[in-house]
Design a protein around this ligand. Structure first.
Ligand code: WT7
Length: 657
């Protein structure tokens, strides 16, 4: 049975990495990519990208020194690679399918139209004083104008910083200030599940009394909305209409920054990770084609928002650089009913579908009718990203959605890595089906496992901190404005390797299963959140003296934050405080960061040196037992705590709440 399944998969897909096909299959190409790493990437850089000036250096990278550089003396333009060079073959082919919230209201944008739109957009940016190297904030939902905003920056060498249009005004303001953006691009709003969400009012709040921002370019989503509200606002649609569509693309150095993208860490403020022009684009190009078998003209359905790295790499750059048609999905999986994804697959004959386990888990509870009534036979590949995928969701994707024919790509990677790192690659052969396991390193990627004392864990059937031994073109180069932090967080944890922050198990076959974060970062519906960020935010409230936040498992979202707070002396314990705390987190960070519950306690379990024992809080938060005696054995030795008795007190408070 299994062999038959594999044979049918083989027939359905083409071999990838044609450059190396004479070497054989995955194992041979992988071996070559590690042993001849520079030659491997050099060949791909020449065959996959168009250069304005050829490079002579391939890699000059050293994790120890904190310097990473690929193809450094080459010049290219990312927009030309993603759009202009496809015009001779596919000017009239759609580049983007805009599947708007309301079914049946879709729009298509051809490569020729996208080319003209981006040229005009680039001229608008220039007319507002944006130059090569300037940072531009984009607070735009997934849409042709959002994508065009990114590409217009790429065209003129400005550095885009897309802020997910679900982040709060405070979070947006913090990111605008950190990246020093003088121009903000936004839409009046967006629709999600039939509901209009006003985005412009968030931008207005974010830039209130912020002299730094000179111009806000506002695009139209809802023609009825009042979108021009301040003296800084410019009507983007009008500006685009009157702009010329003639614009020279800026030849960019391979190592110039292409974009910043903020992500949470276990401590401190969000980090603006900086991705490069050439290395990032190459990695996006090669992973999109090899992991997803993406061919020119394929209809690639990555439903991630452009506010996340998945949207950058697999909604925008990866599909376009490969000449595919990219789906822009504005809606939610359940609107108007739980068949929306599969209706969309049928409507456009999508060849790839790439989504998140949290959405898959929410859909699999509904009747199979919502799947079976649509034709999904166009799909070659279904991807999953953002968090570990549980076996039930994997089986459902493969058997129910994919009719036992479609290979599932569980893709492990991070904002920092630029593209897929561990995933059953490629689509053409070999790897056994292993639900819940990301399995194999991508070409050129060499995972190593480290033990707590920094030793490399050898052999199979072992666990360790997941690290990557060799630099690869797609890795982020630095944290905007804080290279020391970049080195400390990623490159100096263990010697000579990139530290991912995740743990992994290497199984008997030498393949990898990700076991989850090893730091205080939690993953809420695929959104990364530092528990310290939520704690800092809660501690800002004048009635809170201390807060501890942990992540606990949740069926659909994967994990949710859970808070314990100590009120300041003299403050009377009331449920209003919980409500105020939730509202404050939503305002300062985002709705997804609001704790599932907030327990008011008198003390926190701390070591004698004052470190909060989150392990204990996690157990308490996640448990559903009724008596302390039942949970006590799970808590381990608590006698070394400064005040062991607080643990039972917290348990009782939780039961009462
Ligand atoms: C963290 C990165 C990569 C784009 C989306 C999230 C977790 C991601 C998987 C997976 C297990 C996964 C890791 C990682 N993660 N994909 N397939 N299996 N865990 O990007 O916000 O940078 O988060 O998400 O913990 O470190 P991100």
């Amino acid at each position: 049975m299994r062999t038959r399944q594999l044979q049918s998969l083989l027939r359905n897909t083409k071999r990838n990495l044609v450059e190396f096909k004479e070497l054989g299959g995955y194992s041979e190409i992988y071996k070559y990519s590690i042993e001849n790493n520079t030659e491997f990437w050099e060949k791909l850089a020449r065959s996959r990208l168009d250069w304005k000036e050829d490079f002579t250096q391939v890699s000059n990278s050293c994790f120890k020194n904190g310097s990473i550089s690929w193809f450094a003396d080459g010049k290219l333009n990312v927009f030309d690679n993603c759009v202009t060079r496809h015009l001779p073959d596919r000017a009239d082919q759609p580049a983007l399918i805009y599947e708007k919230d309301e079914p049946g209201t879709e729009e298509f944008v051809s490569y020729a139209q996208l080319h003209s739109l981006v040229n005009r957009f680039a001229n608008v940016l220039k007319s507002k004083g944006v130059k090569k190297g300037d940072r531009v904030a984009i607070y735009y939902p997934v849409s042709p104008l959002g994508v065009a905003a990114m590409l217009a920056c790429a065209k003129i060498g400005a550095v885009h910083s897309v802020v997910f249009a679900g982040f709060s005004a405070d979070a947006l303001r913090q990111r605008i200030i950190d990246a020093d953006c003088r121009v903000v691009i936004c839409a009046d709003g967006t629709y999600r599940g039939g509901r209009y969400i006003n985005l412009k009012s968030v931008v207005d709040q974010a830039i209130e009394n912020l002299d730094l921002v000179e111009t806000v370019l506002v695009g139209t989503r809802n023609p009825e909305a009042q979108k021009l509200t301040t003296g800084k606002d410019v009507d983007l649609d009008q500006a685009l209409e009157s702009a010329s569509d003639n614009c020279e693309s800026e030849p960019m150095n391979a190592e110039d920054p292409l974009f910043l993208l903020y992500t949470s860490g276990s401590t401190g403020k969000p980090k603006g990770l900086v991705h490069s022009q050439a290395g990032y684009l190459l990695y996006a190009a090669v992973t999109t084609s090899a992991v997803f078998d993406c061919q020119p003209g394929d209809r690639f359905g990555c439903v991630a928002d452009i506010g996340w790295i998945t949207g950058h790499t697999y909604t925008v750059y990866g599909p376009l650089v490969n000449g595919a048609v990219s789906l822009l999905f504005e809606s939610v999986p359940s609107y108007p009913d739980p068949g929306r994804y599969w209706a969309t697959v049928e409507k456009y004959n999508l060849t790839q579908f790439y989504g998140a386990p949290t959405a898959y888990r929410s859909l699999l509870r509904h009747s199979n009718e919502f799947i079976e009534k649509y034709d999904r036979s166009s799909l070659k590949r279904i991807g999953s990203v953002g968090e570990p995928i549980n076996t039930e969701a994997w089986e459902w994707l493969h058997h129910t959605v994919g009719s036992s024919k479609v290979r599932i790509a569980d893709t492990w990677w991070q904002t920092e890595t630029g593209g897929n790192m561990i995933t059953p690659v490629p689509c053409d052969e070999g790897a056994a089906f292993k639900p819940g396991s990301a399995q194999r390193p991508f070409y050129g990627i060499e995972p190593v496992l480290k033990s707590a004392d920094g030793k490399t864990v050898e052999g199979n059937s072992v666990d360790g901190a997941l690290c990557i031994a060799k630099p690869w073109p797609g890795i982020a180069r630095t944290i905007h404005g804080d290279h020391e932090r970049f080195r400390n967080v990623y490159l100096n944890v263990f010697d000579d390797v990139y530290t991912t922050g995740d743990g992994a198990h290497r199984d008997v076959d030498g393949e990898y299963t990700i076991t989850g974060r090893m730091d205080d970062v939690i993953n809420v519906s695929g959104h990364r959140l530092g528990t310290a960020e939520v704690e800092d935010c809660l501690a800002q409230l004048e009635f809170i003296s201390e807060a501890a936040v942990v992540g606990i498992p949740e069926e659909t979202k994967g994990e949710v934050p859970y808070a314990f707070i100590i009120l300041k002396e003299g403050v009377i314990d009331s449920s209003e405080h919980k409500l105020l705390a939730s509202q404050h987190v939503a305002k300062v960070i985002a709705k997804f960061a609001v704790p599932q519950d907030t327990i008011i306690v008198d003390g926190l379990p701390k070591t004698r040196s004052g470190k909060i024992m989150r392990r204990i809080l996690r157990k308490l938060a996640a448990s559903s037992v009724q008596t302390f005696a039942e949970i006590a054995p799970e808590l381990g030795d608590i006698s070394t705590l400064a005040e062991p008795e607080v643990v039972e007190e917290i348990f009782l408070k939780k039961c009462q709440s």
